[in-house]
Design a protein around this ligand. Structure first.
Ligand code: HEM
Length: 221
């Protein structure tokens, strides 16, 4: 195994290390928005339309955590920081957690589990299909997020699968753009961040490819 691959695997297989409080802090912090929503709901201060407001907040939280998880590797590439990689999985799982609650709120509270209404809604509002696709992609990513699954799949296949997180991010942003009809500022901000993160990954990949080719040509590999 190359040193680069071993370095990439280390924080996944051995998540503890310096800053032992970091991961527990992220896990606790990730629950804060949910607790705040619950308090607002109980106090009746969430909104005049709590179902819609709750649904929107959960959807936005799913996107925020997804983008945050996608930012971890580019932050390491750009600044050499190691700590974001250690919280990447927690952030990704929070994205899935909030997406599940968002989907659950839509099915349970908005549509009251009336599947005929859900199917009618899907045909009338295509942004729902896009959101659903994003959610479907997040499922295998969450299921294979454990060190055991990484070992079972092998690093190469696991990495290829987890690149789908970008597709989920793009679909999440598209879902947001399609839902918002007038002010597109917020979805455009998320789209721009996602584009910048992707550009950093692409740049790193091209650099690595050029380095590998040069090594081959010089007979160093
Ligand atoms: C089965 C999957 C999904 C369904 C059925 C769904 C449904 C919805 C619905 C109905 C709304 C509008 C709520 C309202 O106007 O009251 C919404 C908004 C939103 N959803 Fe989803 N969604 C899904 C998945 C996702 C996923 C995976 C993400 C993120 C990665 C996401 C992010 C958002 C965002 C950002 C908003 C807008 C929030 C805002 O306006 O502040 N959704 N979704």
């Amino acid at each position: 195994m190359s040193p680069a691959k071993a370095a990439a695997l280390r924080p996944i297989l051995f998540p503890s290390g310096p800053l032992p409080w970091l991961k527990p802090a992220v896990i606790v912090a990730g629950l804060v928005p949910l607790v705040k929503m619950e308090i607002d709901l109980i106090r009746g201060t969430l909104s005049a339309d709590p179902v819609s407001a709750g649904e929107n907040q959960l959807g936005l939280l799913a996107l925020v955590f997804l983008v945050a998880s996608l930012a971890c590797t580019p932050l390491q590439t750009l600044f050499g920081w190691k700590f974001p990689i250690r919280i990447r999985k927690a952030l990704g799982l929070y994205a899935f957690f909030y997406a599940s609650l968002h989907f659950g709120a839509y099915l349970g509270f908005d549509k009251q589990l009336n599947m005929a209404e859900v199917f009618a809604d899907l045909t009338e509002r295509p942004f729902l299909i896009v959101g659903f696709l994003a959610f479907v992609i997040l499922v295998p990513l969450a299921v294979t997020s454990t060190a055991g699954m990484l070992k079972r799949l092998g690093f190469k296949r696991w990495k290829a699968l987890h690149r789908l997180a970008y597709v989920a991010g793009i679909l999440g942003v598209a879902h947001f753009v399609m839902r918002v009809k007038s002010n597109l500022t917020e979805p455009v901000i998320y789209g721009t961040i996602l584009g910048a993160l992707f550009a950093v990954r692409l740049g790193a990949w091209l650099k690595e490819r050029a380095r590998a080719r040069l090594n081959r040509e010089l007979g160093l590999d």
